[in-house]
Structure formats: C-alpha cells, structure tokens
Write a protein that binds this ligand. Sequence first.
Ligand SMILES: Nc1ncnc2c1ncn2[C@@H]1O[C@H](COP(=O)(O)OP(=O)(O)OP(=O)(O)O)[C@@H](O)[C@H]1O
Length: 619
Amino acid sequence: MNRQKEQTTDTSAQEQTSKRSVSAKSFRTQKDETLEKGKKGSADWYIASRLIAYIKPYKALVAASAGITLAGSILGPLRPYLTKIAIDDYIAHGDMKGLATISLLLAAVVLLDGIKQFIATWLTQIIGQKAVFSIRMDVFRHLQQLPARFFDRNPIGRLLTRTTNDIESLNEMLSSGIITILGDIMQLLFIVGLMLWIDWQLALVVLAILPLMLYATMMFKKRVRIAFQDVRTHLARLNTFLQEHIAGMTIVQLFNHQKSEYTKHSDINADHRDANIRTVFYFSVYYPFIEVLSSLTAGMVIWYSAVRVLNADLTLGVVVSFVQYIWLFFRPLQHLSDRFNVIQTAIASSDRVFRLLEEKGGEGDAGAEPEPFVFRSRITFSNVWFAYDTDNWILKDLSMEVRRGEKIAIVGATGSGKTTIINILSRLYPYAKGSIRIDNVELPDIASRSLRKMIGVVMQDVFLFSGTIRENLAFGNPDLPDEAIFEAARIVGADRFIDQLPGGYAYRVQENGAGLSAGQKQLIAFVRALLYDPQILVLDEATSSVDTETEMLIDAATAKLMQNRTSIIIAHRLSTVQKADRIIVLHKGVIKESGSHQELLKEKGLYYKLYLLQHPEGR
Ligand SMILES: Nc1ncnc2c1ncn2[C@@H]1O[C@H](COP(=O)(O)OP(=O)(O)OP(=O)(O)O)[C@@H](O)[C@H]1O
C-alpha cells in the first residue's frame, strides 16, 4: 500500500534517479563522470562487452553472417570496375562477344549482391531477436529479485520504457548494426583500393574530400548522441506520466484535475517533441551536407578527368567508373552515419538496461528448493530499528515475542508503523539494527523461499492479476485440484459470489480486479491465503468499509484463516481485536502496551483511548 502511495507521488525523474541503490549509484557516478569528461570510450566498451556476451551463444550465426557480409562487400565495388573494362576493352574496340561476357559477369555480380543482402539481413535479424529474447528474460528475472525499496523509487512507467522501448532499440542495433557497419567499412576499403588501382591521381581527388567529411561526421555523431539521450529521458518521463495518469484517471476526474494534468502532460510532451526535433535537425543538416560534398567531388573528378581526357591521358571507362565510385563511396559513408542513429539510441538504451541489471538484487529464486522451515516455537523481535529513509526511524527499539499458535493483533494510529512490522518480517525491507529471529534463527539466515512459504501475507490492498478467478485463487500453485479450490472458497464463504459471476471460477478478472467489489477482493485474498496454507499468517485488515453482510462474511473468514495458525493481524475491526490472544499497541514506532482486550481496557491507557475513539458508545 505504501509503495503505491509512493509511486503516485509526483517526483521528477531526475530526483527519482538520484535515489538509486548504492551499487547502481557508484556505477552511474563513475560512468557519468566519464561522460562529462567526454571520455565515453570506456563506458562504450563496457556496454559493448556486455552486449557481446548476449550474442556469444550464437557464434556460428554471427560468423556466418559476418563472413557473408564481409566476403560479399567486394561485389558492389566490382561493378564500376567491370563497367570500366566493358567500355575500355570491349566497346572501344567493338568486341561484342567480349561485351556479352562481361555483361553476364556484371549481371552475376548484381545477383550475388542481392543474395548476399538477403542472407545477411535474415541471419542478423535472427541473432538480434535471439539476443533480445535473452536480455528481456534477464531483465524480468532481475526485476523479480529486486527489493521493495527499488520499486518504491522507480516509477512503473520508467521501468516499462526499459523493458519495452529500450530493449527494442538494442534489437535494432544487434540485428542491423555492427555486422553491417563492418560490411560498410570493408566496402569502403575495397572502393578505395580499386580506385587507387585504376587511377591513383583521380583517387586522391576523391579522397581529398575525406577529412572534411570525417570532421562533419564526428561533429554530427557527438551532437546526435546527446540528443538521443535526451529523447530517451523524455520518453521515460512521458511513459511514467501516462502510466500514472491512466491508472489514476478516476482520481483526476473526481478531483476535476483534467485541466492542470493536461498542462503537465503538455509540458512533458513538449520536452519530448523538442528533443526529437533536435535529433531531426542534426540529420536534416548532415544529409544535405554530405550530398553537397559528394556532388562537389563528382564535379572535381569530372573537371580533372576532362583535362586529362583532352590530353589523351585518361580513358572514358576510367571516367565513367570513377563517377560510379563517387556515389558508391559516399553511400556506405552515409550508411555509417545512419547506423550512428541506431547505435546512439542503442548505447543510450543499453546503458539504461544494464544499469537496471546492475541494481543490487535480493535473493534469486534460482537453485535447488531450500529445506522447508518448520516453525516450532517463537518469533522474537529484539531492539529492532527500521527506517525507509536513513535516520527517519519508523520502528524504534521494538521488542516483542510471538509464540507458536498465538493470535496477535497489532493496533495503533495510522502511520504508527503497523504495516512496517509486516514489511520487515516478510523481509520486503531489511531492518537496520537489532534482530528478528524465528526459532532462534536470524531472519536474514532463512532462505527467502522458505521464509515466504512459511509466512503467508494478506495485504490491505488486494492485488489481482488479469486472468480467471481460479488462476487468481491458485496463484503460485496452479496445479491445485479444482476440488481443493472449491473447498477453500466454501470454507471462506467466497463460493456464493463466485458462483454468481458469469462463468463462475472461469470468470475473467479485469486488470487489478476492476469489476469486483472491495469485499469480494478481500474474500479472494483469503481463499488464496488458505490455499497457500502458511504456518504463520500475517494479515493487514482492509480499512475499506463493506456492507454488514460482507462484514460478517469477512469476520467469519478471518476466524477460519486464523484457526490453528500463528497469526499476526493488523486489526481494524473490533471483533478481530477481541478474538486475539494478545493485543500490541503501537505508537509512533514504539510498543506502548500489550495484553488482552480486557486487560488493556482496565489499564485505561492508549488502547482505551483508541477504543473510545472508535466506539464512543463504550464510554
Ligand atoms: N515505502 C515507504 N517509503 C517511505 N516511507 C514509508 C514507506 N511506507 C511507509 N512509510 C512511512 O512509514 C510510516 C509508517 O507507515 P506504516 O504503513 O507502517 O503505518 P501503519 O501503521 O500501517 O498505517 P496505516 O494504518 O495507515 O496502514 C508512515 O509515516 C509512512 O509514511
């Protein structure tokens, strides 16, 4: 619940980013400093090496694709050379037979070039898709291991951008990036080699333009890189905003906030648009500039050739082939800068994806199933201190004991730290000082899976996944037989409303249970917990009021759930409190009183006051 409270807080993306975990922070800081100093090299290499790890399993495919691309890169540059031979050796001498042969050769080269392009594209796409599949799996696996604190601080929209757009741009790079770039570079080398071979003086005229071209490309690359980083940042902000506002649209409408939220959206949208326009601007300047340069080179070559043809120092075939070479030469150069677009986006994206993977995770669920933990005697909290944010202590020197089979109710004003006790007991958050032991085993020493199997938590806000009622009831235990599910629903008393739903247990729950009432969702959560059959039940009672009939149903269901089970209940209902063996009264993170309902009433302390507040008739 608190997590959701946090997520809806309107914190800027930058602010949120600054609150990352220590490990990620150190990576980020080190990397950002590198970026600031303009030494992006090491960071790029870091990213490249991690990406390479993902394509390593497909070595054979990569080798085939690279081999075909590299070997095939001679085909394009061969064409002007063959044209030159056709003109100078055959057309000039009226050798029709020779011309036919060379034409066939030329046609074969063109055909082979096409086949090469098809195979290379096909293979690289397969590599890209396979690698991206693994990256997505890694990201999701990692997300599943991240602690609650991480989700408190990272808006869902941003995480969605990571797992969708960012990973998608990695696909573009893996599938159409590196190998194609190598192919383009090879092709350039062949073109330069052949030009020098045919006529080195003319080749030098073409190459003279190269420094200017490289300079322009470097400048372009630098600017476009920054612009693309901006685009990604703004896209993540836009997604965060949209996710929050679509989820919370009812609140926006109920509070008549459409206009102000529209303005906020307009600002974020405008930032995103401007960032995109900046990238478009650089491309719009760069491409025409390259066009002008290539036309200029063609002009110089034609002028210089004309002088030499007049002096009978140059053949027509050479001139024609050079004009073709100029276009061929500039095309891969232009391609290279096109690829920068893809690569820049992908580097920015990989940086974000890998930062996410760098986030310090909790315990993974990999490996063998740990020994089940059999709870035998007691849970002991000794002088526990806890803070969500450093130094803002929420639990202060908390000590208490829960014996096996006991039913404990925790009561206290809102914000006193009741949910927090559950959060640290179920190890969603680590405590800072003191110790929590279950049967004398320190909480951190119990394998996460054993702990979660031992403790069943029913949250105040019930979360339902889209799927059928049955799937939601048997969440995490899909192999349960129907009979067990029906029986649990019957015990809890949820069967009546489920039977009335269209399709009954096959009724499809909409996203997060929209379409079901708060009481119905509670009952589903109870059935889920009963089926989970934990040794220790932890229940955060819902505060939302339900009709009297449902209230009675929930009361009875709570009693059923607690039956023969060690239970810790954050109690809001008097009936639950009264049924508890012991009531713990929490005030600002400190245990103030502890005892049975009657004992505490007699004490006339905090519990008595709380009781009177809620039940003035008892005065
Ligand atoms: N994820 C979180 N990050 C930072 N602070 C939090 C977080 N969750 C809770 N808090 C803060 O910790 C304090 C105790 O919260 P907690 O949810 O434990 O109270 P509670 O007694 O369960 O209240 P309620 O009865 O309203 O559910 C509150 O001040 C709350 O703002």
